[in-house]
Every structure is written in C-alpha cells, then in structure tokens.
Design a protein around this ligand. Structure first.
Ligand code: NDP
Length: 465
C-alpha cells in the first residue's frame, strides 16, 4: 500500500488495477472506449501460462554462438602470445608454440586446487544470507554473502606461500598453460551444466537460453540458477575464482617485473594498474549483494558464455596490462600518474554510486535515503529512476566502468595498442550489452520504458550516444 501511495498510479497502472475492480461493467465499457480512443496505453496481457521458449536469439543465433565459441578462446591465446613478444605490434604475428608445450598436468592440478579452495571458502558458514530477486515462479533463492571473506582468506594464504618463498613467478612463466587449463576446465564445466539442465524443470530454465538448439543453449546457458544443494554454481563463479584469480595474476606480474628488471620497488605504471584493478575487485566483493540484481544473475543462464567469461576471460584477459608491463617497461611521471588516478577515481565514483542507487532502489523503493529520487511507475509495479545517475544517461554504471577501463590502459603508454585491447573490447561489450538490456526493458516495461527513453535520451555517453 505504501508503495502504491508513493507511485501515485498513472493511467496505465490504473488500467491494470481496474481489471480487478468490482465496478459495474457499463462503467468499465465507457473507460475502455476512452482508452482505445487515445491508443497510448499498452494492452494488458491476460494472465495465462506463458511459454518459456526463447523466440528471439541473440549473439547472431546458432552460427554466431558457434563462432564465438571458437573466437573467444583463440583471442585469449592470441593476446597472451602477442604480449610475450618484444614487439607486440598488431602486424607482427607471433609464432605458434608446439602443441605439447601448452599442456602441463601440474598446472591443471593448480587450477583444480584453486577452484575447490574457493568453493571451500564459499561454503564456510560466515557472512549473512540474503534473498535474490523473485524468480518467474515467485520463489526467491538464498545466497550467502561471504566473497569478501574469501578474498581475505585467499590473501592470507598467498601471504603464507610468499613467506615460505613460493615463487609466484611460476604463474608468469606458465601463464599460457594456466589459460589453456582454465579453458579446458570451463569447457568441462559447461558440458556438465548443459547435461544437468536437460533434467531441469521448465520453470528453472533461462528465458534467453531455451531455444531448443543445442549450440545456442549450450553457449548462452540453458538453466538459470544451477545449484548442487545450496551451492549456486553461477553465483559462485561470477565473483570468486576468476575475479580473485585476476588479482593474484596481477600480483605475480608485479613480482615478475621486480625480479626480471632487478627492481627494489615495482614501476609506477605497475603500481597504478595493480591498485586500480585491486580496488575494482575488492569493491565487487565488498558489494557482492549487488550482483544479485545484475543481468548475469537475473536473466542469463549458466553456460559456456559465463563459464568461459568468468574463469578464463576475466583472469587472463583483464590482467593483460600487468602482463604487458613485465615485458614492456613504461615510465610515467608523477603528474601523469596523478591525472590517471583522478580519472580512475571519477570513473569509480560514477560506477559505484550508479550501481548502488539502482540496487538499493530495487531492493527497497521506499528507502528514505532515496526519497529525493523521482521515478516513472510501470505496470509491473517496479519503478524506473529518472533522476540521480539514472536520469543522467540510461546506463551510468557502464559509463563509469568504461572511464575506469581507460585509466587502466593509460599507464602502459602509447607505444602499442595491445594494452588498450581491454578498453576497446569493453566499449564493444557494453554497447552490445546495453542494446540487449534495452530490448529486454522495452519488452518488460513497454510504454513506461519509452517515456523513460524520452526523458533520458542518451544511452551511455552524454551528448554522444
Ligand atoms: P545493470 O546493473 O545495469 O542492470 C540493468 C537493469 O537495471 C535493467 O535490466 C533493469 O532491470 C534495471 N534498470 C534499467 N534502468 C533502470 C532505471 N532507470 N531505474 C531502475 N532500474 C533500472 O546491468 P549489468 O548486469 O549489465 O551491469 C552491472 C554492472 O556490472 C555494471 O556496472 C557493468 O558495468 C558491470 N559489468 C562489468 C563487466 C566486466 O566484465 N567488468 C561485464 C558486464 C557488466 P530491472 O528493471 O528488471 O531491475
């Protein structure tokens, strides 16, 4: 009731409510005429059992997803090979290594150990348990929030290993083998996920990964929230093994740089890249609860796309700048470092405050802290923020993320485009992701979404796009 009072229902909502009112049908008939005359209202769908089959395929459908399954691992492979070259210019194609040099059972063992260590941390009964957003069945799943504790425990474990003089340099020397092992593991995980999804009930399948075509569903993820007991596989992979792994790889690169170049302290560029990315990871783990309202959790199934993305792409591609700096030392001055730091802080501020604003609003629209924010009511009962960050552009969180991505590349100087791969790829990813989200929101909110787009015309970049 409080929410309804706050919403001050507009005609569109009234129309929904009136469906269930006990007013005489004659009166309703008159209203019906008014509505049809204006023709500005979305038709209210009758309550019926909706088919969960995916009708519109994304990512170029079956052919597109098949190609992506080849292109994504090839890109990781190419980037890592390029980064090891003295001259990583785009046209200087690296020689291919011998096949047998790519596999090492010991490295694969380390990957398994890492995954299961993180799984053990996830299972620890520390940290609060929260509910996710309601599923299509109305049920809410429970999630344990202890990612930050997992990070602290991992940091302590790495600290102990370093104390006993374990060479993290090993990671630098065998990075390609680690990436290949992680890719093999993510492929095995994807096969497991697909096989188990064949037995999942219809209502537990992902709305976007239930086309009936094997390749497409395998790639996008057939089951929405695959769980073994209370162990949520997608939620676990989203922020822990890959994201924490990324920070450990960065640290290994920092130590490798000091060792190879005989430095007593790491270079300023390396310090910046490590600190910015550490902040990003710590922030994600500290605000772990916010991941529950993201598209990955609420919409996308768990298949090859997320398994490969979380376990291979994030740790091995996102650490490219640190990897690059080991072989290609770059000197930057203190004023330049200060300017890049300011840029990163601006990006972080936009990213964090936009994500928190939306997350808090979705969790509790009546939160007094959000009382100053205006929103458009929608027929689903959820509102769309039109002031604050979400009134600035339609995806302010993406804008902040892209600014940070640029700040992570700048410490690598301008000699090569390779360390800028991340920011270029990320702009493409987020522009595409924004278009997907736009499409979903249009379907969910209809006219209300159109009104939102009129009020907030820019998607990500103000006055540009
Ligand atoms: P968002 O967190 O941006 O969520 C989009 C959803 O927000 C929409 O579907 C809609 O869902 C809701 N929404 C949209 N507009 C409004 C509004 N005006 N008011 C209230 N709610 C609104 O999507 P992502 O999951 O893509 O991104 C989450 C974060 O993760 C971002 O910061 C992004 O930059 C980051 N990210 C990082 C990646 C990386 O590799 N580093 C990869 C992908 C994302 P509903 O209405 O159903 O709640």
């Amino acid at each position: 009731i409080r929410l309804q009072q706050k919403l001050k229902p507009d005609l569109e909502i009234k129309r929904v409510l009136e469906q269930y009112s006990l007013r005489s049908r004659k009166e309703d008939k008159k209203k019906e005429e008014i509505y049809s005359e204006k023709k500005t209202f979305v038709a209210v769908k009758p309550i019926e059992k909706v088919s969960t089959k995916t009708k519109e395929m994304e990512f170029g459908g079956r052919i597109g997803t098949f190609m992506l399954m080849l292109v994504l691992p090839a890109t990781v492979f190419y980037l890592l090979l390029m980064c090891k070259q003295d001259d990583p210019s785009l046209l200087n194609f690296p020689p291919l290594p011998a096949l047998e040099s790519l596999w090492d059972w010991r490295v694969f063992g380390v990957i398994l150990l890492w995954f299961f260590l993180q799984a053990a941390f996830y299972l620890l009964p520390i940290g609060k348990v929260v509910e996710g957003l309601p599923l299509s069945s109305g049920r809410r799943l429970q999630y344990r929030i202890n990612g930050f504790y997992a990070f602290i425990l991992t940091a302590a474990a790495v600290g102990v290993l370093l104390y006993f003089e374990l060479e993290l340099h090993y990671l630098y020397d065998h990075l390609m083998q680690f990436a290949v092992s992680a890719a093999a593991f993510s492929l095995a995980l994807s096969i497991y996920l697909y096989v188990r999804s064949l037995k999942a009930p219809e209502e537990e399948l992902a709305p976007g990964g239930n086309s009936g075509y094997f390749i497409y569903d395998f790639f996008t993820g057939h089951e929405l929230n695959p769980r073994i007991g209370s162990f949520d596989l997608k939620y676990f992979c989203e922020l822990r093994p890959g994201l924490i792994g990324w920070v450990v790889i960065n640290l290994a690169m920092l130590l490798a740089e000091m060792k190879i170049h005989n430095l007593s302290v790491p270079s300023l560029s390396m310090i910046l890249v490590n600190s910015f990315q550490l902040l990003y990871v710590v922030d994600a783990l500290w605000n772990e609860e916010a991941v529950l309202t993201t598209m990955d959790i609420t919409h996308d199934g768990f298949g090859f796309m997320l398994a490969f993305g979380d376990l291979v792409w994030v740790p091995f591609v996102y650490s490219l700048q640190a990897f690059y700096l080991v072989g290609h030392p770059t000197t930057i001055t203190w004023p330049v470092a200060a300017a890049i730091t300011v840029l990163n802080c601006i990006g972080y501020y936009i990213f964090r405050s936009a994500n928190s604003q939306k997350n808090n609003f979705r969790r509790n629209p009546a939160d007094p802290k959000l009382a100053n924010l205006k929103f458009i009511p929608t027929a689903t009962g959820k509102g769309l923020l039109v002031t604050g960050w979400w009134g600035f552009v339609r995806h302010p969180n993406y804008l902040g993320d892209i600014i940070m991505a640029l700040a992570w590349s700048l410490p690598c100087g301008f000699n090569h485009i390779l360390p800028y791969f991340y920011v270029i790829y990320f702009i493409c990813l987020l522009v595409h992701r924004e278009a997907r989200d736009e499409h979903h929101c249009k379907q969910k909110y209809g006219l209300a979404w159109e009104r939102y787009c009129q009020r907030v015309p820019y998607r990500i970049f103000p006055y540009i796009y």
